[in-house]
Ligand binder design. Structure first.
Ligand SMILES: [Zn+2]
Ligand SMILES: [Zn+2]
Length: 92
């Protein structure tokens, strides 16, 4: 599992922050990915949900990370996009 922390795109004159922990690794051939989901911070009087699946493992010098990118749910008439990298694997 990995930690993540990010900030959404700027839309409708505000951004939201989000952070959490991915699910367990899901193996796929010689790589793996993780599912994730959560709720953003409340800003401008509303929040958004997000969920998705990370990209495959990207090897780093000590461990690996994943890209996570997508769009939030539609709330208050708009969505935000996001694109972050997860942390290295954390001990379970
Ligand atoms: Zn918003
Ligand atoms: Zn991983």
């Amino acid at each position: 599992m990995h930690n993540y922390r990010g900030i959404t795109s700027y839309d409708d004159r505000h951004r939201h922050r989000f952070e959490g922990q991915t699910g367990r690794p899901i193996h796929n051939g010689d790589t793996h990915y993780h599912n994730y989901q959560g709720v953003t911070t409340t800003d401008d009087g509303h929040q958004h949900h997000y969920r998705g699946r990370t990209g495959p493992a990207i090897r780093t010098r000590r461990g690996h990370t994943h890209e996570m990118a997508g769009e939030t749910s539609l709330n208050d008439g708009h969505r935000h996009s996001y694109g972050e990298r997860t942390s290295r694997p954390i001990p379970e």
